[in-house]
Design a protein around this ligand. Structure first.
Ligand code: HAM
Length: 411
């Protein structure tokens, strides 16, 4: 019969890979909880409207990347392409907001985007996501950036580049948009890539951070967002920069950084790596002060970020699988009962290990023990059963072998 293969752009994570993911998740839990964040698990399936309204109708994600389908009652559902919209929906729906209250959540899990798969770009990928509600102060922006930096150095990545920008607010954005429209009407739009030919009318800010050569050239002299910030946005951004300067976080200002989701206002940021091919962004985020209101809640500010676990994983080359402590080589099936009981005792004492099967020769079981890099190998045959003993082979270099009464071993 023909084999069934997985669909394009998804991956099976075997133990070596999933150990890496577990390591990233554990580090995130440790670091984020030290800042007062609690875990929120939201559904993978949401109403399609949630993403259209929050991410923005004109974004690439909504236009062409969502896994959207009618359910059996013809309601349009979407598999979440990102976590923020669902977190905000849960925050609003569960009436978490109270005046003066700051809420902090993190989420971990799979996201789905119908993109063209390549290294670091998957159709099912995983994010570690953090969101803060109810804090409009620049201090929240700085703290979120510091937490992200601490998480990344916690997994051993301290040489990544932080890029920072401010996208302004509903007050100053229209002024900038007008300047940008004027600029684009005076250039040769033929040079724009296919995506930007559409974006230039619907979402012209996105043209500014398009990576294609023609678009880059065409926007060389385009007006810059930071130069069009209103007084309050300028003050906010300067205060964020001052705080992270004081905290010693290194970053570069990137006036072209726009981000692909429409809900951002003011501070936006991305963390990039030059070592993972063309998909350089390992994390991204920013402030979304209007989003809670857009999704039916009060006027509560928000800020957060998400890290892409596949891309971070490409930068982690260690061995994250837990090592076993012991291996039991079973040389006679009649010793299986004693071996299992002995193994249970070892496990109760806190050790990890496994029992071999007689179908494999003693030699190949010892080879397996070596491969597992266990420190101790116990041997169980008929002698051991008859005498109530255990044979212990020290697997460290130059280690010997001895036989002990089994009871003595645990004394
Ligand atoms: P985003 O920039 O769309 O932001 O995604 C965040 C990260 O997810 C990216 O930097 C990248 O590492 C990873 N990522 C995105 N798409 C893919 C893909 N197809 N394959 C592999 N990795 C991918 C957001 O999703 C926002 N919700 C972040 C946020 C949270 N902003 C505020 N709060």
């Amino acid at each position: 019969m023909a084999k069934i293969q997985k669909i394009k752009g998804v991956a099976d994570l075997f133990p070596a890979d999933s150990a890496k993911y577990a390591f990233m998740e554990k580090t995130a839990r440790d670091v984020f909880s030290s800042y007062g964040f609690g875990e929120l698990r939201t559904p993978i399936l949401e109403k399609t409207e949630l993403f259209c309204r929050s991410i923005g109708e004109e974004t690439d994600v909504v236009q062409k990347e969502m896994y959207t389908f009618p359910d059996r009652k013809d309601r349009s559902l979407t598999m979440r392409p990102e976590a923020t919209a669902g977190v905000v929906r849960a925050y609003v729906e569960n009436k978490i907001y109270q005046p003066g209250k700051v809420s902090k959540f993190f989420t971990v899990g799979p996201m789905f985007r119908y993109e063209r798969p390549q290294a670091g770009r998957m159709r099912q990928f995983h994010q570690i996501n953090a969101e803060v509600f109810g804090a409009s102060e620049p201090q929240a922006d700085a703290e979120v950036l510091l937490m992200l930096s601490n998480f990344l150095s916690g997994i051993g990545l301290s040489k990544l580049s932080f890029e920072l920008n401010s996208l302004g607010c509903p007050e100053c954005r229209p002024v900038f948009r007008k300047a940008l429209d004027d600029y684009f009407s005076g250039v040769d739009q033929e040079k724009l890539c296919d995506d930007c030919t559409r974006r230039v009318n619907t979402n012209p800010l996105r043209v500014l951070d398009c990576k294609s050569k023609g678009c880059k050239e065409l926007t060389k002299d385009a007006p810059s967002i930071p130069e069009h910030l209103c007084g309050e946005c300028r003050e906010h951004f300067d205060a964020v920069v001052k705080l992270i300067d004081e905290a010693g976080l290194e970053y570069t200002l990137n006036p072209r950084l726009v981000r692909g989701l429409d809900y951002y206002q003011r501070t936006t940021f991305e963390v990039t790596s030059g070592d993972i091919g063309s998909q350089t962004a390992v994390a991204g985020g920013g402030r979304y002060d209007g989003l809670v209101h857009t999704l039916g809640g009060a006027k509560v500010p928000g800020i957060g970020f998400a890290c892409g676990m596949e891309r971070l994983g490409m930068l982690l080359d260690g061995d994250y699988e837990e090592k076993l402590d012991f291996y039991i080589a079973l040389v006679d099936q009649r010793a299986a009962g004693d071996a299992l009981i002995f193994a249970e005792k070892l496990r109760k004492s806190g050790l990890k290990g496994e029992v071999g099967f007689v179908a494999k020769s003693m030699k190949s079981q010892l080879r397996q023990a070596n491969k597992l890099e266990v420190k101790k190998c116990f041997i169980f045959g008929t002698d051991e059963v008859e005498n109530g003993t255990v044979t212990i082979k020290d697997m460290t270099e130059g280690g010997g072998q001895e036989s002990l009464p089994r009871d003595e071993y645990f004394k």
